[in-house]
Design a protein around this ligand. Structure first.
Ligand code: LUZ
Ligand code: MOS
Length: 763
């Protein structure tokens, strides 16, 4: 079955926030932002701007009826700046005008006077000054300190990875309407409707029941709208609440890039110890996370880095420590992988470092240390249904890893200015919100008297195909065709207290809730069928020919059954709750059973580098991936392809550059490049591993959202492999992204220093 939406998308029929017909009386909002990354707010003068044609209101922190606070994990983020500004692009005031043009035009008439304070952009510098968002965390297994002495080889190094702009096609925005009795209704482009509801209620000083949030779909989220859709929803709601008129707020692309947080850049130290047989005996990593100016989700991202610090390897002695460092960049936030890619980049760097120094292939070390059944992760959860070796061995055999290696070597021997490189990237990703309480969801299912079905859950459709999967789960459980099912918008008054659509867990959590609701309805209808049709209830399934498909088409019987239920006053609605069983985690000891299950896979990447120009091509990414029993192979394949390419972008082209004043220089699509058709891999193969799936996955179909992004890390190491074929003896720093400029500088380390000064200052 195909994804339900794309045909409507390409015909332009799908309605995104900015497509909603504008209601009469709507005001347009524009955000006054700080032009300084850090300073004391001396004066905010809106008088001249208020005089501008079409301007109706200008709201500042003083106009907030409730609390000026939108921080989630830590209450450290005002909706509108008050007293100080902490990053460039921080919202300071909100202009409301009769037209978009009038609102934008008024911005430059607002006087914001700031006394500048020192600006921090470097996480290590922030840590040295004690600027930490939360106290550091350490995950430990065994005793790394004691293990070094027994290691045959010990290597140390530094690894740096840059940030990443989400670049959802639909920018951030919200449309808010005042409702009767002093409430608001917000249409929001958010992954977390409940977060928008909760923070808006706090800002307005009303109960959450006065705030309704509705989401039809997003034009992409990637984590960028997990927490950071909230300010725009709350600002639009504040406008609607104060002006008693609808307020629409949509960021243009450059404002979105300037004002919103991104993937966290990390700077990390590693130390790795191996024995004579290349078994990894000990690993130590220290992560400095560039959190930006407020906590946002940084502590949770930091924790997930620690959970995945050893990727898919068993290492008996591990010490991993992480610092969340407060700088004057926009608060960095969730981005597909949520700290895991950053952590995996460091362990893979450590392994590459050891391999290069020992003169062996990194794959020798990787393969030897893969997780096996029953091995412990540093947080003490054992692997159950471990497919690390199966994924590696299947990829190696299917795609002929030795043959690929030979091909690369032969090519490199035959070419002086063209070099190929190869890398293997095995992954293991834990599925569940690491905050155990968030692993819950609800579904509200109505069967209408004509047999059609409406399903509401907390899942937000953002292109990933979750609505398609929910429809499939409902159809399969009820034993009817997908055509009878409509997945409704995500709405806080229909399904309350939702977790954001995030952590790759959305289809599992909301799909399981849907399954429970549909199963309850099915049971009820089957009981009725048993009495109506005089059949034994025990062992009866709705798919049974006798019950539903006796007279073709089966749907006729479904309609009869539903109608009979209505006339017998049997409820045709069900509200089900699902909470992932068995999860627990103690954040004091950093031990427990935090994940429902793990997803495994392995990617083989080959690249070709032009050693004169520094340009390169990703020739092929060949993946063996653990889908379990895929509910929808078309949707799932798309997730793997998209995730891999997004990961390749992070590792290669996408370079965020802030200057020392905290100003984003890569501030548009002229200067920030993501993979396009030409830079995407020429070959992208995805093999579905034969694995049973997991009972905690929806219909045994494993989560696919985030894991594939990490395959992109292989491209970095393949490029390194190619560069080393050109310059075998020069040590290369572990620094991502590997832009063509950086490839060139790595190829010619003796080039003039003016060339080398051309690196990003704030990573
Ligand atoms: N969000 C969150 C996430 O709040 N907790 C998580 O563990 C998580 N993981 C991935 C993506 N978003
Ligand atoms: Mo996400 S990074 O699962 O919003």
């Amino acid at each position: 079955m195909n994804h339900l939406d794309p045909a409507r998308h390409v015909r332009g029929e799908s309605q995104y926030l900015d497509d909603i017909p504008v209601q009469h009386g709507t005001l347009y909002a524009a955000v006054v932002e700080s032009a300084v990354a850090h300073g004391q707010l001396l004066r905010l003068d809106v008088a001249a701007a208020l005089e501008q044609p079409g301007v109706v209101h200008i709201l500042t922190a003083q106009d907030i009826p409730g609390e000026n606070q939108i921080g989630g994990i830590v209450p450290d983020e005002p909706l509108l700046a008050e007293g100080h500004v902490h990053f460039r692009g921080q919202p300071v005031a909100l202009v409301l005008a009769e037209s978009e043009h009038a609102a934008q035009a008024a911005l430059r008439h607002v006087r914001v006077e700031v006394a500048p304070l020192p600006v921090l952009v470097d996480p290590r510098q922030a840590a040295a000054q004690g600027e930490l968002i939360v106290p550091p965390r350490t995950f430990r297994l065994g005793d790394a300190e004691a293990a070094w002495a027994g290691c045959a080889h010990v290597f140390e190094g530094v690894a740096e990875s840059g940030g990443q702009e989400h670049l959802y096609i639909e920018t951030q925005g919200a449309y808010a309407f005042p409702t009767e009795m002093g409430g608001v209704r917000i249409i929001s482009s958010t992954q977390g409707p409940t977060a928008v509801q909760r923070h808006t209620a706090r800002v307005l000083g009303v109960g959450m029941h006065q705030v309704e949030v509705d989401v039809t779909r997003l034009g992409g989220g990637f984590g960028g709208k997990e927490d950071q859709a909230t300010p725009w929803g709350a600002l639009a709601a504040l406008g609607a609440f104060v002006a008693r008129r609808p307020v629409k707020l949509v960021l243009d692309r450059m404002a979105d890039m300037r004002m919103t947080g991104k993937r966290h850049p990390y700077s990390s130290d590693f130390k790795i110890g191996l024995d004579e047989n290349l078994t990894i005996v000990a690993y130590e990593a220290t992560f400095f996370q560039n959190a930006g100016a407020a906590a946002d989700l940084s502590p949770a991202v930091l924790e997930r880095t620690l959970f995945h610090a050893t990727n898919t390897y068993f290492i008996p002695n591990v010490t991993a420590t992480a610092y969340s460092c407060r700088t004057n960049l926009p608060p960095n936030t969730a981005f597909r992988g949520f700290g895991v890619p950053q952590g995996m980049f460091v362990i893979e760097s450590a392994i590459a470092c050891a391999a290069e120094r020992l003169g062996v292939a990194a794959s020798e070390i990787q393969r030897r240390n893969l997780l096996r059944e029953g091995d412990l992760f540093p947080y003490r959860q054992p692997t159950e249904g471990c497919h690390a070796e199966q994924a590696w061995d299947t990829a190696a055999a299917l795609y002929d890893l030795p043959g690929l290696r030979r091909e690369v070597e032969e090519f490199n021997a035959a070419h002086r200015l063209q070099k190929k490189g190869l890398a293997v990237m095995p992954i293991c990703f834990g599925i569940s919100f690491t905050k155990t309480a968030m692993n819950q969801a609800r579904a509200l299912v109505h069967i209408y008297t004509d047999g059609s079905v409406g399903v509401s859950t907390g899942a937000v459709e953002m292109g990933q195909g979750v609505n398609t999967k929910i429809a499939q789960v409902a159809a399969r459980t009820l034993g009817i065709s997908v055509g009878r099912i409509k997945v409704e918008s995500t709405n806080t008054t229909r399904v309350a207290n939702t977790s954001p659509s995030a952590a790759s867990a959305t289809a599992d959590l909301n799909g399981k809730a849907t399954e429970l609701a549909c199963r309850a309805l099915r049971e009820r209808l089957l009981r009725l069928a048993a009495t109506e049709l005089q059949l034994d209830y025990e062992g009866l399934h709705i798919e049974d020919e006798q019950v539903l498909a006796a007279g073709k088409p089966a749907d006729t019987n479904w309609e009869k059954l539903v109608s009979a239920a209505y006339w017998q006053r049997i409820s045709l609605s069900e509200n089900a709750h699902y909470a992932t069983p068995d999860l627990h985690f103690n954040p004091e000891t950093n031990q427990g059973y935090p994940f429902a299950y793990h997803v495994y896979g392995t990617a083989l990447t080959t690249v070709r580098v032009d050693c004169l120009r520094g340009t390169y091509e990703v020739e092929a990414v060949r993946i063996a991936h653990d889908f379990g029993q895929s509910l929808n192979p078309a949707v799932d394949r798309g997730q793997i392809e998209g995730g891999a390419v997004q990961g390749i972008g992070w590792m290669t082209l996408e370079e965020l550059v802030y200057n020392e004043e905290g100003r984003l220089l890569s501030n548009s699509l002229n200067s920030y490049k993501i993979p396009d058709l030409y830079s995407a891999p020429k070959v992208l193969d995805v093999h579905f591993l034969d694995t049973p799936g997991h009972p905690r996955a929806v219909l045994r179909s494993k989560a696919v959202g985030e894991p594939p992004l990490m395959y992109g890390i292989g491209t970095y190491f393949a490029l390194r492999d190619a560069i080393r074929a050109f310059r075998p003896d020069t040590p290369l720093p572990f620094s991502a992204p590997m832009t063509p400029e950086k490839v060139l500088l790595n190829l010619y380390p003796d080039a003039p220093s003016t060339l080398h000064a051309w690196t990003s200052p704030a990573q």
